[in-house]
Ligand binder design. Structure first.
Ligand code: URA
Length: 193
């Protein structure tokens, strides 16, 4: 079976199996987008209002920023797959709760196992904490993005490079330069491979 077929099955499984108040309030599940055969997986936090309406991650303002960073290093949606920590939008875009992260991330782990990326770029604190805990919610520790962004972490063959969330630069313009620098580092890392 192709990775796309496996992902389609997983999406159906989430629809029928996940019990979560976020699901009842949401318009659509936001499962993922991009190329299932890509080597690069980008993990965001949770769908926003536009994503909830369309059922597609990163279609709003943060998505435009993300696209421009990817273009900066010559990448397109064909080169990456994009998913989120939460599959459904939290009300008013509040932070994901611990319980929601525990409830939703087993499906993200299944998604990762299907895609088998070589490089993961977690965007922002929640995705970074989850990845640096080796995808085990019982091992999550609080992390400051300032300490880890743009650094290269290895879990055996897998590389993890935490990035600030592109939505953060909407409120802090200085982060735009940091994000550009970090994406350029990612581009250089990919070239060496
Ligand atoms: N921010 C995220 O983290 N994910 C989305 O899908 C949209 C905005």
């Amino acid at each position: 079976m192709s990775k796309q077929e496996d992902l389609n099955k997983l999406k159906q499984k989430i629809s029928s199996e996940l019990v979560c108040p976020l699901k009842d309030a949401a318009t659509k599940m936001v499962f993922g987008k991009g190329n299932p055969d890509a080597d690069i997986l980008i993990i965001g936090e949770a769908p926003g209002a536009n994503e909830d309406l369309q059922g597609i991650p990163f279609v709003g303002k943060a998505g435009k920023n993300l696209d421009s960073f990817l273009n900066l290093i010559g990448l397109t949606l064909d080169d990456v797959y994009i998913a989120n920590i939460l599959k459904y939008r939290p009300p008013k875009n509040r932070n994901p709760s611990k319980e929601e992260i525990i409830n939703h991330t087993p499906y993200l782990v299944e998604q990762i196992n299907i895609i088998q990326p070589k490089v993961i770029l977690p965007l922002g604190k929640f995705a970074t904490e989850f990845c640096l805990a080796h995808f085990d919610t019982t091992k999550i520790k609080t992390i400051a993005m300032g300490d880890v962004h743009g650094k290269i972490y290895k879990i055996e063959e897998l590389t993890i490079i935490p990035m600030y969330h592109p939505a953060a630069m909407i409120y802090n313009q200085k982060l735009k330069t940091t994000l550009e620098e970090d994406f350029i580092k990612v581009g250089e890392f990919l070239k060496q491979k």
